[in-house]
Write a protein that binds this ligand. Sequence first.
Ligand SMILES: NC(=O)c1ccc[n+]([C@@H]2O[C@H](COP(=O)([O-])OP(=O)(O)OC[C@H]3O[C@@H](n4cnc5c(N)ncnc54)[C@H](OP(=O)(O)O)[C@@H]3O)[C@@H](O)[C@H]2O)c1
Length: 228
Amino acid sequence: MDQRKILITGVSRGLGRAMAEEFIRLGHRVAGCARSPQAVAELSERFPSPHRFDVVDVSNDNQVAGWANLVIRNIGAPDLLLNNAGLINDNASLWNVPPDEFSRVVDVNIKGVYHVIRHFVPAMIERETGVIINFSSGWGRSTSPMVAPYCATKWAIEGMTRALADDLPYGMAAIPLNPGIIHTEMLDSCFGKNAVAYPCAEQWAKKAVPFLLDLGHEDNGDPLTAPA
Ligand SMILES: NC(=O)c1ccc[n+]([C@@H]2O[C@H](COP(=O)([O-])OP(=O)(O)OC[C@H]3O[C@@H](n4cnc5c(N)ncnc54)[C@H](OP(=O)(O)O)[C@@H]3O)[C@@H](O)[C@H]2O)c1
């Protein structure tokens, strides 16, 4: 398979980290971001150029603009853009969620995805190819108690991604992806001690990464679920 340029947000841990390692293992070139400077420094040391890892908060439009500039100049427009970075609210009924926390979940899960699309997709459109995967959730298609802010953002991702698919020129794709249920820090937060019953991110990535590499313009707008 030819080498692809893969952009991943939220590479410091969980699914983003496991995907970055698996794409690199398969010979692809990865550009990733997260807020944690320690994790970014560690990834940069372990996976030097042609890969690159930057400290970026996707909820900050200026930071995403600077990052996009650097990545597009040094690596080029991504072939596969994975909007993976995400937050979940601490388990609470909606009326007990503090306003700041509600805003943070919206700022990362919805506006962060929009910022990344706004700054990277024009270069992909110019090249007329590329696949954009926005990480949704089972909770983007169903609901549960205690996670209403998170559900709101993932239902938004489903709608925003399908509308983006309508905007894209022929040859490109935007896909909302439910990754399944995987044992990460996010799952520890919402599932508590039941989280350990689920597969780890590294196991998940072994099947998810080849699945993601196979997606193309024929999948544009289709809400998909990663293989279990
Ligand atoms: N795990 C599951 O079962 C599951 C199920 C359905 C959907 N998902 C979705 O899959 C994606 C990954 O989830 P996960 O389970 O891997 O979560 P996780 O273990 O909590 O990891 C989240 C990642 O997002 C990054 N991140 C958070 N806020 C950020 C920001 N403002 N800017 C840049 N990066 C940010 C975190 O890095 P820093 O903290 O260093 O910034 C971290 O690398 C999320 O979109 C989630 O909603 C997961």
